[in-house]
Design a protein around this ligand. Structure first.
Ligand code: ACO
Length: 332
């Protein structure tokens, strides 16, 4: 990769969110909670929610179409699709195959990966390697989540946190010296039991933790995940900066995973940066898992917060438990 005479970066970016808004006041009518509690403990005011009969992949289709158009490409020019999701509509067909079919990316191979909220950063790492070694030219990454379908709407400890949405990018060759500088990813499966969504298997522990009828829903030890998150975000950011020989002062904007404003604040303090350097939109969308970073990146780009040549740091954590960070020299 070191001998390469081109950069690898984002050719196009898109997002799509459901139209329906669920506010904290709506949640007050559903569970024993309050707008005040949710804002104080999380920073979230509202989230976007899919209709019950609407599959999540449709959001991914729109986000993908927007990213491909933004890249100035045709769907036939995409040669590989990676979808990141913690909430697939089906185990098979994969969300990536469903999106491939609907957008008409007839020349693309397609697969899903799951690194929970860190999925987008894992996908960047994979896409960069596949382009660097000459396997593919234009890779579509779609981070697509329908978390409202795996949330227990009677569990106030989790239902206030999550939302639905999708973000997409096309990755390909860019001007030399621009694009992805370094990506670091990691995992600690030994603490994965702190955040679970059962699928094909239910252990006795899973059954005990979920008091309501539907057992295939999110369960989380919020304070354990919180402690991991603050430490992992700060350490992941420091690691990628060290490995790319930059300091935090070199970074124009940090796009953190949008789970809880207190987690972002804690990570900012550890990194010694002010919250102004962190792009935050979780007040509007809640935690949309792997879609949260690309959606925030798209908004930051639209707001002209990052200019060509400036450094952006993406950093996240998630179920697994996993973490990841990317330094990118903005190429557009
Ligand atoms: N409304 C009102 N009260 C509530 C609510 C609610 N929605 N939820 C919990 N409470 C109560 C609890 O029952 C508890 O009451 P008690 O003291 O009488 O027992 C009290 O509020 C405090 O609860 P804590 O869990 O200690 O609250 P905390 O300040 O830790 O905040 C939260 C909880 C927001 C979940 C926090 O721990 C958190 O953000 N954790 C990380 C979550 C996260 O980032 N998850 C995403 C992972 S990424 C992925 O891959 C999906």
């Amino acid at each position: 990769m070191d001998n390469q005479n081109f950069g690898i970066g984002i050719l196009g970016i898109g997002m799509c969110l459901p139209e329906s808004i669920l506010t904290n006041y709506d949640l007050e009518k559903m569970v024993d909670t309050s707008d005040e509690w949710i804002i104080k403990r999380t920073g979230i005011s509202e989230r976007r929610i899919l209709d019950k009969d609407e599959p999540a992949y449709k959001l991914g289709v729109k986000a993908a179409q927007r990213a491909i158009e933004d890249a100035g490409l045709k769907p036939e020019e995409i040669d590989f699709i990676i979808v990141t999701t913690t909430s697939p509509d089906y185990l098979t067909p994969s969300m990536s195959c469903m999106i491939q079919s609907e957008i008409g990316a007839v020349n693309a191979a397609a697969l899903d990966i799951n690194a929970a909220c860190t999925g987008f950063i894992y996908a960047l790492k994979i896409a960069e390697a596949l382009i660097a070694n000459g396997c593919y030219k234009n890779i579509l990454l779609v981070a697509c989540e329908g978390l409202s379908k795996v949330v227990d709407w009677e569990d106030r400890a989790t239902c206030v946190l999550f939302g639905d949405g999708a973000g997409a990018v096309v990755i390909g060759a860019v001007e030399n010296g621009l694009g992805i500088v370094k990506t670091c990813v990691g995992a600690d499966g030994s603490i994965g039991h702190n955040l679970t969504i059962p699928c094909c298997y239910l252990s006795n522990v899973d059954l005990e933790k979920r008091v309501h009828e539907n057992k295939r829903v999110v369960w989380m030890d919020g304070s354990e995940v919180f402690k991991f998150a603050v430490k992992a975000m700060a350490e992941a950011a420091s690691k990628v900066l060290d490995e790319s020989n930059f300091s935090i002062e070199d970074i124009k904007l940090i796009i953190p995973h949008q789970a809880n404003v207190r987690i972002i604040d804690g990570a900012a303090k550890r990194l010694g940066v002010s919250l102004d350097k962190m792009y935050i939109n979780l007040n509007k969308y809640g935690n949309i898992s792997s879609a949260s970073i690309p959606v925030a990146l798209k908004e930051a780009v639209d707001l002209n917060l990052i200019k060509k040549g400036e450094l952006v740091l993406l950093v996240g954590f998630g179920g697994g438990l996993t973490w990841g960070s990317t330094v990118m020299r903005w190429n557009r």
